[in-house]
Design a protein around this ligand. Structure first.
Ligand code: NAD
Length: 314
Protein backbone atom coordinates (compact mmCIF):
# COMPACT_ATOMS: atom_id res chain seq x y z
CA UNK A 1 0.00 0.00 0.00
CA UNK A 2 1.17 3.50 -0.81
CA UNK A 3 0.13 6.49 1.28
CA UNK A 4 0.73 10.20 1.35
CA UNK A 5 0.76 11.81 4.80
CA UNK A 6 0.57 15.61 4.91
CA UNK A 7 1.75 17.42 8.03
CA UNK A 8 4.12 14.53 8.75
CA UNK A 9 6.55 16.54 10.87
CA UNK A 10 3.74 17.36 13.27
CA UNK A 11 2.51 15.50 16.35
CA UNK A 12 -0.17 13.23 14.92
CA UNK A 13 1.29 13.00 11.40
CA UNK A 14 4.65 11.67 12.60
CA UNK A 15 3.01 8.97 14.74
CA UNK A 16 0.64 8.01 11.94
CA UNK A 17 3.51 7.66 9.45
CA UNK A 18 5.35 5.40 11.91
CA UNK A 19 2.21 3.30 12.29
CA UNK A 20 1.84 2.91 8.53
CA UNK A 21 5.50 1.97 8.07
CA UNK A 22 5.11 -0.69 10.77
CA UNK A 23 2.39 -2.21 8.61
CA UNK A 24 4.86 -2.35 5.71
CA UNK A 25 3.32 0.50 3.71
CA UNK A 26 5.28 2.86 1.50
CA UNK A 27 4.86 6.34 2.95
CA UNK A 28 5.39 9.57 1.05
CA UNK A 29 5.18 12.65 3.16
CA UNK A 30 5.06 16.42 3.03
CA UNK A 31 5.57 19.20 5.55
CA UNK A 32 6.52 22.86 5.29
CA UNK A 33 7.75 23.27 8.89
CA UNK A 34 5.39 26.16 9.60
CA UNK A 35 6.56 28.40 12.43
CA UNK A 36 3.59 27.63 14.70
CA UNK A 37 6.24 25.90 16.81
CA UNK A 38 9.93 25.25 16.46
CA UNK A 39 11.40 23.55 13.42
CA UNK A 40 13.82 21.70 15.69
CA UNK A 41 10.95 19.88 17.42
CA UNK A 42 9.47 18.93 14.05
CA UNK A 43 12.81 17.68 12.75
CA UNK A 44 13.09 15.51 15.86
CA UNK A 45 9.64 14.11 15.09
CA UNK A 46 10.94 13.00 11.68
CA UNK A 47 14.16 11.39 12.86
CA UNK A 48 13.02 7.76 13.09
CA UNK A 49 10.97 8.06 9.94
CA UNK A 50 13.89 9.20 7.82
CA UNK A 51 15.79 6.01 8.65
CA UNK A 52 13.13 3.84 7.04
CA UNK A 53 13.71 2.97 3.38
CA UNK A 54 9.96 2.97 2.71
CA UNK A 55 9.70 6.62 3.73
CA UNK A 56 10.24 9.61 1.45
CA UNK A 57 9.89 13.24 2.42
CA UNK A 58 9.24 16.41 0.45
CA UNK A 59 9.60 19.78 2.18
CA UNK A 60 7.33 22.58 1.06
CA UNK A 61 3.99 24.31 1.27
CA UNK A 62 1.11 22.22 -0.01
CA UNK A 63 -0.28 25.23 -1.82
CA UNK A 64 2.88 25.77 -3.82
CA UNK A 65 4.54 22.39 -4.32
CA UNK A 66 4.48 20.52 -7.58
CA UNK A 67 2.59 17.44 -6.35
CA UNK A 68 2.45 15.45 -9.54
CA UNK A 69 5.17 12.89 -8.78
CA UNK A 70 4.27 12.63 -5.09
CA UNK A 71 0.65 11.87 -5.82
CA UNK A 72 1.29 9.38 -8.60
CA UNK A 73 0.11 5.89 -7.67
CA UNK A 74 -0.95 6.63 -4.09
CA UNK A 75 -3.75 4.52 -2.60
CA UNK A 76 -4.44 6.55 0.53
CA UNK A 77 -4.14 10.22 1.34
CA UNK A 78 -4.01 11.19 5.01
CA UNK A 79 -4.45 14.94 5.20
CA UNK A 80 -3.24 16.16 8.60
CA UNK A 81 -1.42 19.35 7.66
CA UNK A 82 -3.08 22.38 9.24
CA UNK A 83 -2.51 25.46 11.28
CA UNK A 84 -3.67 24.26 14.71
CA UNK A 85 -4.58 26.15 17.86
CA UNK A 86 -7.69 28.00 18.90
CA UNK A 87 -6.16 30.95 20.72
CA UNK A 88 -3.92 32.20 17.93
CA UNK A 89 -6.60 32.07 15.27
CA UNK A 90 -8.08 35.52 15.98
CA UNK A 91 -7.30 38.78 14.23
CA UNK A 92 -4.66 39.05 11.55
CA UNK A 93 -3.59 35.43 11.97
CA UNK A 94 -6.86 34.27 10.47
CA UNK A 95 -5.30 34.54 6.99
CA UNK A 96 -2.86 31.75 7.88
CA UNK A 97 -5.76 29.55 9.00
CA UNK A 98 -7.67 30.23 5.79
CA UNK A 99 -4.59 29.30 3.76
CA UNK A 100 -3.44 26.19 5.62
CA UNK A 101 -6.82 24.77 6.66
CA UNK A 102 -9.13 25.72 3.81
CA UNK A 103 -7.17 26.57 0.65
CA UNK A 104 -4.73 23.67 1.14
CA UNK A 105 -7.58 21.18 1.61
CA UNK A 106 -9.29 22.46 -1.54
CA UNK A 107 -6.09 22.16 -3.55
CA UNK A 108 -5.42 18.60 -2.42
CA UNK A 109 -8.98 17.48 -3.14
CA UNK A 110 -8.83 19.13 -6.55
CA UNK A 111 -5.49 17.46 -7.39
CA UNK A 112 -6.71 13.94 -6.62
CA UNK A 113 -10.37 14.16 -7.63
CA UNK A 114 -9.91 11.91 -10.67
CA UNK A 115 -7.50 9.47 -8.96
CA UNK A 116 -8.50 5.90 -8.14
CA UNK A 117 -7.86 6.65 -4.44
CA UNK A 118 -8.94 4.05 -1.92
CA UNK A 119 -9.51 6.70 0.75
CA UNK A 120 -8.97 10.39 1.48
CA UNK A 121 -8.77 10.75 5.26
CA UNK A 122 -9.40 14.28 6.42
CA UNK A 123 -8.36 15.43 9.91
CA UNK A 124 -10.96 17.60 11.58
CA UNK A 125 -11.48 18.65 15.16
CA UNK A 126 -13.89 18.72 18.09
CA UNK A 127 -13.59 22.52 17.74
CA UNK A 128 -16.28 22.41 15.05
CA UNK A 129 -18.88 21.72 17.77
CA UNK A 130 -18.50 24.91 19.78
CA UNK A 131 -20.69 24.79 22.87
CA UNK A 132 -22.76 21.89 21.65
CA UNK A 133 -24.83 19.60 23.94
CA UNK A 134 -22.82 16.79 25.52
CA UNK A 135 -21.73 14.21 24.66
CA UNK A 136 -21.09 15.65 21.21
CA UNK A 137 -22.71 13.66 18.42
CA UNK A 138 -21.75 13.95 14.77
CA UNK A 139 -25.25 15.14 13.83
CA UNK A 140 -25.35 17.99 16.38
CA UNK A 141 -25.76 21.56 15.14
CA UNK A 142 -22.26 22.95 14.56
CA UNK A 143 -21.48 26.41 15.88
CA UNK A 144 -17.71 26.79 16.34
CA UNK A 145 -16.72 29.51 18.77
CA UNK A 146 -13.20 30.07 17.41
CA UNK A 147 -11.88 31.14 14.00
CA UNK A 148 -9.83 27.91 13.98
CA UNK A 149 -13.05 25.89 14.40
CA UNK A 150 -14.61 27.78 11.51
CA UNK A 151 -11.73 26.83 9.20
CA UNK A 152 -11.87 23.17 10.23
CA UNK A 153 -15.61 23.17 9.58
CA UNK A 154 -15.00 24.69 6.15
CA UNK A 155 -12.45 21.98 5.35
CA UNK A 156 -14.99 19.32 6.38
CA UNK A 157 -17.44 21.00 4.01
CA UNK A 158 -14.93 20.78 1.18
CA UNK A 159 -14.45 17.08 1.83
CA UNK A 160 -18.19 16.57 1.55
CA UNK A 161 -18.36 18.60 -1.69
CA UNK A 162 -15.80 16.39 -3.41
CA UNK A 163 -17.44 13.25 -2.06
CA UNK A 164 -20.76 14.38 -3.56
CA UNK A 165 -19.51 15.86 -6.82
CA UNK A 166 -16.72 13.40 -7.70
CA UNK A 167 -17.68 10.40 -5.56
CA UNK A 168 -14.34 10.73 -3.82
CA UNK A 169 -13.93 8.26 -0.94
CA UNK A 170 -13.56 10.93 1.74
CA UNK A 171 -13.81 10.13 5.43
CA UNK A 172 -13.51 12.86 8.07
CA UNK A 173 -12.28 12.31 11.60
CA UNK A 174 -13.03 14.75 14.40
CA UNK A 175 -10.19 14.27 16.86
CA UNK A 176 -10.76 15.23 20.50
CA UNK A 177 -7.65 16.64 22.28
CA UNK A 178 -4.91 14.19 21.38
CA UNK A 179 -2.00 13.75 23.80
CA UNK A 180 1.09 11.64 24.40
CA UNK A 181 4.78 11.80 23.44
CA UNK A 182 5.54 14.55 20.89
CA UNK A 183 2.38 16.46 21.78
CA UNK A 184 2.53 20.02 20.46
CA UNK A 185 4.28 22.42 22.86
CA UNK A 186 1.28 24.77 22.98
CA UNK A 187 -1.06 22.06 24.25
CA UNK A 188 -2.09 21.91 27.89
CA UNK A 189 -0.48 18.64 29.05
CA UNK A 190 2.79 19.51 27.37
CA UNK A 191 2.85 22.92 29.10
CA UNK A 192 1.77 21.46 32.46
CA UNK A 193 4.32 18.65 32.48
CA UNK A 194 7.19 20.86 31.34
CA UNK A 195 6.38 23.41 34.07
CA UNK A 196 6.12 20.66 36.69
CA UNK A 197 9.42 19.06 35.73
CA UNK A 198 11.12 22.45 35.89
CA UNK A 199 9.40 23.52 39.14
CA UNK A 200 7.69 26.40 37.38
CA UNK A 201 4.21 27.82 37.82
CA UNK A 202 1.39 26.53 35.61
CA UNK A 203 -1.07 28.95 34.07
CA UNK A 204 -4.65 27.69 33.82
CA UNK A 205 -7.13 29.55 31.68
CA UNK A 206 -10.39 29.61 33.66
CA UNK A 207 -11.03 27.85 36.99
CA UNK A 208 -9.80 24.41 35.95
CA UNK A 209 -13.30 22.92 36.05
CA UNK A 210 -13.47 22.88 32.27
CA UNK A 211 -13.52 19.34 30.90
CA UNK A 212 -11.94 17.62 27.94
CA UNK A 213 -12.20 14.27 26.25
CA UNK A 214 -8.53 13.29 25.93
CA UNK A 215 -7.44 10.83 23.24
CA UNK A 216 -4.13 9.02 23.55
CA UNK A 217 -2.02 9.22 20.40
CA UNK A 218 -1.88 5.46 19.70
CA UNK A 219 -5.69 5.31 19.88
CA UNK A 220 -5.96 8.26 17.46
CA UNK A 221 -3.53 6.56 15.07
CA UNK A 222 -5.35 3.23 15.28
CA UNK A 223 -8.67 4.94 14.54
CA UNK A 224 -7.13 6.74 11.57
CA UNK A 225 -5.76 3.54 10.06
CA UNK A 226 -9.07 1.78 10.68
CA UNK A 227 -10.82 4.65 8.88
CA UNK A 228 -8.55 4.07 5.88
CA UNK A 229 -9.29 0.35 5.82
CA UNK A 230 -13.01 0.61 6.35
CA UNK A 231 -15.56 0.46 3.58
CA UNK A 232 -17.11 3.65 4.90
CA UNK A 233 -16.99 6.86 2.84
CA UNK A 234 -18.73 10.22 3.03
CA UNK A 235 -18.95 9.97 6.82
CA UNK A 236 -17.77 12.21 9.63
CA UNK A 237 -16.69 10.35 12.75
CA UNK A 238 -15.72 11.45 16.28
CA UNK A 239 -12.48 10.06 17.65
CA UNK A 240 -12.37 10.51 21.42
CA UNK A 241 -10.71 8.84 24.36
CA UNK A 242 -13.88 7.64 26.04
CA UNK A 243 -13.79 9.74 29.24
CA UNK A 244 -14.50 13.33 30.20
CA UNK A 245 -12.14 14.76 32.82
CA UNK A 246 -11.70 18.20 34.38
CA UNK A 247 -8.40 19.98 33.96
CA UNK A 248 -8.04 20.08 37.77
CA UNK A 249 -8.38 16.28 37.89
CA UNK A 250 -5.62 15.89 35.31
CA UNK A 251 -3.38 18.10 37.44
CA UNK A 252 -3.93 15.82 40.43
CA UNK A 253 -2.91 12.80 38.36
CA UNK A 254 0.20 14.65 37.16
CA UNK A 255 1.15 15.50 40.75
CA UNK A 256 0.90 11.81 41.66
CA UNK A 257 2.93 10.68 38.65
CA UNK A 258 5.73 13.21 39.15
CA UNK A 259 5.52 13.23 42.93
CA UNK A 260 5.62 17.03 42.84
CA UNK A 261 3.31 19.75 44.06
CA UNK A 262 1.96 21.94 41.30
CA UNK A 263 2.04 25.71 41.57
CA UNK A 264 -1.01 27.04 39.76
CA UNK A 265 -2.02 30.50 38.62
CA UNK A 266 -5.59 30.75 37.41
CA UNK A 267 -6.20 33.45 34.80
CA UNK A 268 -9.14 34.47 32.69
CA UNK A 269 -10.63 31.98 30.23
CA UNK A 270 -9.45 32.65 26.68
CA UNK A 271 -11.67 33.68 23.81
CA UNK A 272 -12.51 30.67 21.69
CA UNK A 273 -11.84 28.05 24.38
CA UNK A 274 -14.80 25.70 24.65
CA UNK A 275 -15.81 24.99 28.27
CA UNK A 276 -16.47 21.27 27.82
CA UNK A 277 -15.82 18.60 25.23
CA UNK A 278 -17.00 15.04 25.35
CA UNK A 279 -17.25 12.74 22.37
CA UNK A 280 -20.03 10.35 21.66
CA UNK A 281 -17.97 7.61 20.00
CA UNK A 282 -20.71 5.13 19.20
CA UNK A 283 -20.38 5.85 15.47
CA UNK A 284 -16.63 5.13 15.56
CA UNK A 285 -17.32 1.93 17.50
CA UNK A 286 -19.95 0.81 15.02
CA UNK A 287 -18.38 1.83 11.71
CA UNK A 288 -14.67 1.47 12.49
CA UNK A 289 -14.70 -1.04 15.31
CA UNK A 290 -12.82 1.61 17.29
CA UNK A 291 -12.29 1.18 21.00
CA UNK A 292 -9.89 3.49 22.84
CA UNK A 293 -7.44 1.41 24.86
CA UNK A 294 -5.16 3.77 26.77
CA UNK A 295 -6.47 5.17 30.03
CA UNK A 296 -5.59 8.73 31.01
CA UNK A 297 -3.13 7.88 33.81
CA UNK A 298 -1.20 5.44 31.61
CA UNK A 299 -1.09 7.93 28.73
CA UNK A 300 0.07 10.74 30.98
CA UNK A 301 2.82 8.54 32.42
CA UNK A 302 4.10 8.07 28.90
CA UNK A 303 3.99 11.78 28.09
CA UNK A 304 5.80 12.60 31.36
CA UNK A 305 8.49 10.00 30.58
CA UNK A 306 8.97 11.50 27.13
CA UNK A 307 9.20 15.08 28.38
CA UNK A 308 11.61 14.03 31.09
CA UNK A 309 14.20 13.25 28.43
CA UNK A 310 16.37 16.27 27.77
CA UNK A 311 15.89 16.24 24.01
CA UNK A 312 12.14 16.66 24.15
CA UNK A 313 12.45 19.70 26.38
CA UNK A 314 14.23 21.78 23.76
N1 NAD B 1 -3.53 17.52 18.31
C1 NAD B 1 -4.84 17.54 18.58
O1 NAD B 1 -5.28 17.37 19.71
C2 NAD B 1 -5.83 17.73 17.46
C3 NAD B 1 -7.20 17.78 17.80
C4 NAD B 1 -8.14 17.95 16.78
C5 NAD B 1 -7.71 18.05 15.47
N2 NAD B 1 -6.39 18.00 15.16
C6 NAD B 1 -6.01 18.09 13.75
O2 NAD B 1 -5.06 17.07 13.47
C7 NAD B 1 -4.10 17.51 12.53
C8 NAD B 1 -2.71 17.37 13.09
O3 NAD B 1 -2.59 18.14 14.28
P1 NAD B 1 -1.24 18.19 15.13
O4 NAD B 1 -1.62 18.41 16.54
O5 NAD B 1 -0.39 17.02 14.77
O6 NAD B 1 -0.59 19.54 14.57
P2 NAD B 1 0.94 19.89 14.20
O7 NAD B 1 1.02 21.37 14.11
O8 NAD B 1 1.85 19.20 15.14
O9 NAD B 1 1.10 19.26 12.74
C9 NAD B 1 0.63 19.89 11.58
C10 NAD B 1 1.78 19.94 10.56
O10 NAD B 1 1.27 20.47 9.34
C11 NAD B 1 2.31 21.25 8.74
N3 NAD B 1 1.68 22.18 7.81
C12 NAD B 1 0.77 23.15 8.10
N4 NAD B 1 0.42 23.84 7.00
C13 NAD B 1 1.12 23.27 5.97
C14 NAD B 1 1.18 23.54 4.56
N5 NAD B 1 0.47 24.52 4.00
N6 NAD B 1 1.99 22.77 3.79
C15 NAD B 1 2.72 21.76 4.34
N7 NAD B 1 2.70 21.46 5.67
C16 NAD B 1 1.91 22.23 6.48
C17 NAD B 1 2.99 21.92 9.92
O11 NAD B 1 4.33 22.32 9.62
C18 NAD B 1 2.94 20.85 11.00
O12 NAD B 1 4.15 20.10 11.07
C19 NAD B 1 -4.50 18.94 12.19
O13 NAD B 1 -5.32 18.91 11.03
C20 NAD B 1 -5.31 19.40 13.38
O14 NAD B 1 -6.22 20.42 13.05
C21 NAD B 1 -5.45 17.86 16.14
Amino acid sequence: MRALVTGVAGFIGSHLAEGLLKLGWEVRAIDSFTDYYSRKIKENNLKNLKENKNFSFQEGNLLELDLKKTLEGIDYLFHLAAQPGVRKSWGKNFGIYIRDNIAVTQRLLEEVKEFPLKKFILASSSSVYGESPLPMREDNVLRPISPYGITKLASEGLGYLYYKAYKMPVITLRYFTVYGPRQRPDMAFHRFIKALLNDKEITIYGDGNQTRDFTYISDAVEATIKAAWSEVTGEIINIGGGAQVTVNETLKILEEITNKKIKIRYIEKQKGDVLHTSANISKAKKLLNYQPKVKLREGLEKEVAWLATAKAQK
